[in-house]
Write a new protein. Structure first.
Length: 308
């Protein structure tokens, strides 16, 4: 049973906590939202997310960075968004924001799958909806100007007396299409995947995100990648300075945090769902990974969040 906290950062849940859906900073509806700027918003951490805690994004995001920087972990990968970057994050992504610089400012779109125009399900939209599009793209000043104008146009429409849902849908499609026209998402330079080792590492992380809860043996991942266990271990260590098991344990810890903070499940129930032999083993594992017992972590979360 879910608690009231929005572990999924769903638009409709955020809308319920914010009394005024439309102001000079943001617009929120049940299936679409836009943040025009975070300058002057005093509740960024209070309503949008809590730093250093993972969330699952029910809807994806398009973020246009205007100034400052954001450090985040997205599906176990480290990202740093800076001015003149645009980020696309697919639905279902697990994200943890670690740092926002004091001068950080960005524009952001969030929308449900149902909100998107049904007649334009082209390659980029399908990849987005299939949870295959998590990109942090550096852009030129000219590209930023174009993207910013599209954001501004969406913002003007939601503030107009004749709000057109259809127009917003097609402008989002136009924005995604323009990004795909100027940046190939299969270009190795976009994600620095220009070596075989980095390719193996990224495919390994994708597998860990998908299977870590049930599969914790090196051989499983090596078999899926058609590699020997020894070679996979060497590649992962060289690529990330972390071992295969450290990545698996990180994914398990992330899921444990989500369940501890965003469900009413008992500790033994979480332990069982995460495939630990018993609650005692789970508690020792969690304390080793976080420095806190599951109970201590849950208690601290409840004390520091308004969503009770």
């Amino acid at each position: 049973m879910r608690q009231k906290e929005f572990s999924d950062l769903r638009i409709d849940q955020i809308q319920n906590f914010i009394e005024i859906p439309l102001n000079k900073y943001r617009f929120l509806s049940s299936d679409f939202g836009i943040v025009h700027t975070i300058k002057g918003i005093h509740d960024v951490g209070k309503f949008f997310f809590k730093l250093n805690h993972p969330y699952c994004l029910s809807e994806g995001r398009i973020v246009l960075m205007k100034s400052g920087s954001i450090s985040a972990i997205v599906n176990l990968r480290e990202y740093k968004l800076k001015a003149n970057h645009i980020a696309i994050v697919s639905p279902g992504t697990i994200m943890e924001v670690c740092y926002l610089s004091p001068d950080c400012d960005f524009m952001m779109l969030a929308f449900t799958e149902e909100f998107l125009p049904q007649e334009h399900r082209n390659n980029i939209l399908q990849r987005y909806l299939n949870r295959q599009l998590n990109q942090n793209i550096p852009i030129t000043d000219t590209e930023r100007s174009i993207f910013e104008e599209l954001f501004e146009l969406i913002w003007k429409i939601v503030n107009s007396h004749t709000f057109s849902r259809t127009t917003i849908q097609h402008l989002i499609y136009a924005l995604l299409t323009q990004i795909s026209c100027t940046h190939s998402f299969d270009n190795p330079e976009n994600n620095n995947n220009n070596t075989r080792q980095n390719d193996i590492f990224n495919r390994f992380i994708d597998l860990v995100n998908k299977y870590a809860i049930k599969e914790r043996h090196l051989a499983f991942y090596a078999n899926h990648l058609f590699l020997t266990p020894r070679y996979l271990s060497t590649v992962i260590k060289q690529s990330s300075n972390r071992t295969v098991m450290e990545w698996i344990n990180e994914a398990i810890t992330q899921e444990a945090k989500l369940q501890l903070c965003h469900s009413n499940k008992l500790i033994y129930q979480i332990s069982d769902e995460l495939n630990f032999p018993n609650p005692s083993f789970f508690c020792k594992f969690f304390r080793k990974m976080t420095g806190k017992t599951p109970y201590e972590y849950r208690t601290l979360w409840k004390k520091t969040t308004i969503y009770k």
